[in-house]
Structures are given as structure tokens and as C-alpha cells.
Write a protein that binds this ligand. Structure first.
Ligand code: F7E
Length: 328
């Protein structure tokens, strides 16, 4: 957005430990205006609108981890579902000319039988997260039809990059095999290796989000790669790139969800025809980008370098910090 000449405002939730490492990694922290706001708090959304007076809003705020939504279904519904209505209501009051992009999700299709999913495929959500996203999807449709707001859904299939959170399977694997390759860990425990997903490269999907809002008329678009691979395929490719034996990657029942979506493959034909959008990064290239970046990060960290990232200072990997006391 900065590259396109936009003045960018970003909302953030106030935390006792600020978490802006991605903004530093992308070197945009000093180039955007940060506004403290919370999608649970309508007044803070109203204030954010007054402070930024936006032309376009990209609404990605959510409890976005499907696994956690089974443990916290009400919290997920409130943020991922009602949060969108709080935003829509404030936009309706403030300025109905603002264009809104809603981060809808391929998870909304759930275990529907249709192989290749497009904008006309019926939804069959299979998690509290997916149900909350579907609620938002319909609210966007309603505000478009009832109030004429330029509100669009991007139905995005999994989109990944080296700044993906460590709990998601792609990054869990890239970080895990990077550590194994450097002797920092012995194995990696995952869950369901048979699940299939349509994984694409996030920067290309963000370009697609922007394209969606540049259309004269609001509409809903699938962004995907038209390919799906199993988690096992991802493991094998990541291990190949890192030079690690895939026997070190273990499937553990502890990491299975109560209910999982088995196969998600999207059809981006409408986005191609109407937006001129298409994905360029192949599955293998994506895995290579992520694994190589995590290996480089761990190597830099072992040399004592400090740079913006998440792994060594958070969660499962913090014990490695303890082992390498010389780093601190
Ligand atoms: O899981 C399986 C897991 O958590 C992918 C979010 O961005 O994309 C994402 O949702 C698959 C599932 O992503 C582990 O059971 C196996 O079948 O990386 P994930 P997701 O649930 O597909 C959609 C489009 C969104 O909208 C979401 O916000 O991998 N899997 N073993 C595992 N998954 C995790 N996380 N961890 C494992 O150990």
C-alpha cells in the first residue's frame, strides 16, 4: 500500500508486551500511523475512523487460528463474527462511501463435497472459526445490498510467508525443520498429516485484496492456486530443502483438532477474469522461501545477531535461548 502511494493507518490492540516485529521486518514501522483500537470496542473503531478518515478499509482483525476456535468458540464468535458488524455499523454511521475488504476464508467451505471450490460453491463450515467467518461474509453481503456500501469478500485460501505465526502448520514446519537441520532440536510433532490445503504466497494475495477494492462494483472473489497438497507433502518438501530426514517429523494425536477440514482446493477463475489476478509462486517455491528464511534466521541468531523475528524469544523455542546463554 505504501508502494502505491497510500497513507496507511494500522490499528493495533494494546498489549503489555508490544508485538510489532512484523512491521520492523517489513521496514514499515516508521512509515505508517498506528492507532490503538479493538474490534471488540465499537467506540475505539469510531475513533479510529475519525483519526484516519479512510477511503478504503482492509478488515483482517480476527481470532484467526482454527484450532484455538474449538477451545474458545464464544471469544472467536465475538471477534471474528460480531467484530465485522461493529466495523460495518461504524462505517455506516461515519461515511458510507468507504470501501471495505473483508478477509473471508476458504474454511467457510468446510467439508463440502465439491472438489474445486468457487464463489458459487455452497458453504459447510466445520469449526467455530469458519462459522464466525461465514457470519461476517453474510453481513458484508447484507450491508452491500441493504445500504449500498462498497463491501467485498475475498475468499482466500491459505496464504503463507516467513512472517506467518508459528502455530500455523507451514511455519511450524519451516521453523521445525530449520532447527532440526542445525541440531537445535531432535524432532517435530504435528497433527493430521493427511489434511490437504491450497497454499499460496501471501504477498500475491495481498495484491489481490487491493485489486478487489479497485473494482467499480463490490463483489466476492476466491483467491487460490487451483492446487492442493497434503501436510505430508509439505513435510517432505521442507525436509528435502533443509536436508533433514522426514522420519523426524511425527504425527501426534495431541495435535489433532476435534474436527478437521480434509481437502480445500480453490478455483480462482473469476479473479483471473475480472481482476486479472493470478498466483505466481509454486508450492515448491513457497516451501523453499519459508524454510531457507528460517534456517538463515537461526544461523544469524546463533552468531549473536539481533533482528526482528519471533521464534527464539517466544513459546516453544525459548528454552533454546537458555541453552545459548552467551546470546544475552
Ligand atoms: O492448518 C493440519 C491442520 O493451522 C492447516 C488460517 O490462516 O488458513 C488457515 O487455517 C492444516 C489443518 O491452517 C498441524 O489440522 C497438521 O488441516 O496451518 P493451519 P488452517 O486451519 O487451514 C485459512 C484459510 C484461514 O482462514 C485461517 O485463519 O494442517 N495440521 N498438523 C496442523 N496444523 C497446525 N496448525 N499445527 C499442526 O501441528
Amino acid at each position: 500500500m505504501l508502494g502505491k502511494g497510500y497513507k496507511v493507518f494500522g490499528t493495533y490492540r494494546r498489549l503489555s508486551t508490544p508485538n510489532f516485529w512484523r512491521l520492523h521486518y517489513l521496514d514499515v514501522y516508521d512509515k505508517i500511523t498506528l492507532i490503538s483500537a479493538d474490534i471488540m470496542d465499537a467506540r475505539s473503531i469510531s475513533e479510529a475512523l475519525k483519526k484516519s478518515n479512510p477511503d478504503e478499509i482492509y478488515h483482517l482483525a480476527a481470532q484467526s487460528f482454527v484450532g484455538a476456535s474449538f477451545d474458545q468458540p464464544l471469544y472467536t464468535s465475538d471477534i471474528t463474527g460480531f467484530g465485522t458488524v461493529r466495523l460495518l455499523e461504524e462505517v455506516k454511521k461515519y461515511n458510507q462511501e468507504i470501501k471495505i475488504y473483508q478477509a473471508s476464508s476458504s474454511e467457510m467451505y468446510g467439508n463440502v463435497k465439491t472438489k474445486l471450490k468457487n464463489e458459487d460453491t455452497p458453504f459447510h463450515p466445520s469449526s467455530p472459526y469458519a462459522i464466525a467467518k461465514l457470519y461476517s461474509y453474510w453481513m458484508i453481503n447484507l450491508y452491500r445490498e441493504a445500504y449500498g456500501i462498497h463491501a467485498s469478500n475475498g475468499i482466500l485460501f491459505n496464504h503463507e510467508s516467513p512472517i506467518r505465526g508459528l502455530e500455523f502448520v507451514t511455519r511450524k514446519i519451516s521453523n521445525g525443520v530449520a532447527k532440526i537441520s542445525l541440531g537445535l532440536s531432535d524432532n517435530l510433532k504435528l497433527g493430521n498429516l493427511e489434511a490437504k490445503r491450497d497454499w499460496g504466497y501471501a504477498p500475491e494475495y495481498v495484491e489481490g485484496m487491493w485489486m478487489i477494492l479497485q473494482q467499480k462494483r463490490p463483489s466476492d472473489y476466491v483467491l487460490a492456486t487451483n492446487e492442493s497438497h497434503t501436510v505430508k507433502d509439505l513435510v517432505d518438501e521442507a525436509c528435502r530443502v533443509a536436508g533433514v530426514s522426514s522420519s523426524k517429523i511425527i504425527s501426534s494425536k495431541v495435535n489433532f483438532r476435534p474436527f478437521d477440514v480434509l481437502d480445500l482446493k480453490g478455483d480462482y477463475l473469476k479473479a483471473k477474469k475480472k481482476l486479472g489476478w493470478k498466483p505466481n509462486t509454486t508450492f515448491k517455491k513457497l516451501v523453499k522461501i519459508m524454510v531457507e528464511e528460517d534456517i538463515i534466521r537461526w544461523q544469524r541468531w546463533l552468531k549473536g545477531e539481533h533482528f526482528p523475528w519471533d521464534a527464539a524469544t517466544s513459546g516453544d523455542d525459548s528454552h533454546i535461548v537458555m541453552r545459548n546463554k552467551t546470546q544475552f
